[in-house]
Design a protein around this ligand. Structure first.
Ligand code: ADP
Length: 490
């Protein structure tokens, strides 16, 4: 199959969260299975063209944004040396320090224009490079208009006659909702299509709704989240999802074990695996030094590597930091985003310098050191579509302590409830439940035999993309058949 993966981010070029990991990894597995897979993302100015050996392709293209003509270029590089990655280049929209917003977590005022432009540019770019996709796989709100272009403005475009679209929801909390009066003409749609079963969403123009309605198949990133978003956790999208209930797939994300591997990870002071777990202690001491903590093997280090966002349960983490000061627990937090969360954590760091270290930045090598050097990993998310961090933690023998929701419920099995446990799970989103779980995990940590067994189970977990690949292929085939049938019989 010819598969075009469209996204606003992709590792290693640009990343703010798990979306980038997925888009930079799934294609490698599709490629290994014989598919011609390509990726297209914006050329943010932070993407180093020299480092990634990007070449400018010889096209001068333009799209219309409202009445304005916007020119752009395409750059090309490769993922893993053999997967073509195309970059849509336009300085006006993508020459920014941040991806979606500034360092205080405030979104850019022209995000609607930026991603409307991106969606339109993708359609033109695919035609310019003469890659006829069987599947255009769109991801999150930034790409939501593409399925609609395929079904409305380009419905009779022979180039796309057998191109199906798949729309994956990585996080339904970010929908890209804008004022309709100006968005509909900006995107080039007709008011005739501005109806409740088409473009309209409660008097707004909502990119995610458009993607859900017009794609051939909708998917999300874990089976539990697929159910939850249709039943009360859909951020207002439940009614729309109901209309697609037979077309919704929930496929668990995987992680790239060649990258997230303590045996070979070059960021670590010492490599280790389940066979020589003692070396993990060297990583722990290294992390304690970096954090300026007392280097004590018996201290329980729990960490969090995350966007600063209410979704991630920072109210519970902040509460736990305050309440566990009399315990031998050391907290490490790496993240960026919401300024209230940041300032509160930085305040607490001043108050408890020996018990809390906060790194307010995006730092990939440090993230690796934290995953390796910690004993426990905190993910008390209010909701979690899939979550990759808990899977990464498992790969490093670091035990997740999580709320039972979304992908966390599908991947973390509780110490007391599961036959083969790999973590600690609480199921009432409340400070008390979380604190009690950390205390309980600390107690188990103090019993080395139990803890080592838990670590072994964590190492044995296999959340590789190989497990989900067949489901993706099945889903692509269903989408393609739907598209071909609808084109032939219309
Ligand atoms: P989400 O996609 O909701 O942000 P996930 O758990 O799916 O959450 O993925 C988060 C990914 O981003 C993980 O790979 C995690 O290590 C990484 N990450 C998040 N914040 C940072 C940071 N400040 N520095 C380095 N990596 C980070």
């Amino acid at each position: 199959m010819n598969i075009l993966m469209v996204s606003s981010e992709c590792v290693p070029f640009v990343k703010t969260g798990g979306l980038a990991d997925v888009v930079g990894t799934l294609p490698k597995y599709l490629k290994k299975n014989g598919h011609d897979v390509r990726i297209i993302i914006p050329k943010y100015s932070t993407i180093d063209g020299v480092k990634y050996k990007l070449k400018t392709l010889p096209y001068r293209l333009a799209v219309k944004l409202g009445k304005e003509e916007i020119y752009f270029r395409i750059k090309q590089g490769f993922l893993d040396g053999n997967i073509p990655v195309y970059f849509i280049e336009n300085m006006r929209f993508f020459d920014r320090i941040g991806v979606y917003g500034d360092s205080n977590g405030i979104g850019y005022g022209d995000n609607r224009e930026r991603y409307t432009f991106f969606c339109k540019a993708v359609i033109e770019a695919v035609k310019a490079i003469l890659f006829v996709p069987d599947i255009i796989h769109c991801n999150d709100w930034h790409t939501g208009l593409i399925p609609a272009y395929l079904k409305i403005t380009n419905a009779y475009d022979g180039f796309f006659w057998k191109t199906a679209s798949v729309y994956t929801i990585h996080n339904i909390a970010f929908q890209g909702s804008f004022d309709a009066a100006t968005s509909v003409p900006l995107a080039g749609f007709s008011w005739e299509d501005y109806k409740s079963d088409k473009l309209e969403f409660y008097n707004t123009f909502n990119f995610m709704k458009v993607g859900i309605v017009y794609s051939d198949i909708v998917s999300t990133v874990s089976p539990t989240y697929a159910k939850q978003i249709q039943a009360g956790f859909g951020n207002g999208m439940e009614v729309v999802l109901k209309t697609r209930k037979n077309d919704i797939f929930g496929i668990l994300n995987g992680i790239d074990y060649s990258y997230w591997n303590p045996k070979t990870d070059t960021n670590l002071i010492s490599n280790y695996s389940s066979e020589n777990i003692e070396n993990k202690n060297l990583c722990k001491t290294d992390l304690q030094k970096i954090c300026n903590f007392d280097c004590n093997e018996n201290s329980f280090i729990v960490s969090c590597v995350s966007r600063f966002d209410n979704q991630k349960g920072f109210d519970l983490i902040i509460d736990a930091i305050n309440r566990l000061q009399n315990f031998n627990v050391q907290f490490v937090v790496l993240g960026s985003g919401d300024s209230y969360i940041r300032d509160t954590l930085l305040y607490l760091q001043k108050k408890y310098p020996k018990k809390l270290r906060v790194f307010n930045k995006y730092d990939e090598p440090l993230a690796h050191k934290i995953y390796a050097g910690s004993d426990g990993f905190l993910m008390p998310s209010r909701f979690e579509p899939c979550g990759l961090s808990q899977l990464i933690a498992l790969a490093y023998g670091t035990i997740p302590i999580v709320n039972k929701t979304g992908g966390l419920a599908d991947t973390i099995y509780d110490f007391d409830k599961a036959q083969t446990p790999n973590g600690f799970v609480f199921d009432l989103y409340a400070g008390e439940s979380f604190v009690e779980k950390i205390k309980y995990a600390y107690k188990i940590f103090s019993d080395k035999t139990s803890w080592n067994k838990l670590q072994k189970n964590a190492f044995d977990c296999n959340f590789s993309w190989n497990n989900s690949l067949t489901d993706y292929e099945k889903m692509y085939n269903i989408a393609l058949n739907k598209k071909i049938n609808s084109t032939i019989y219309r």
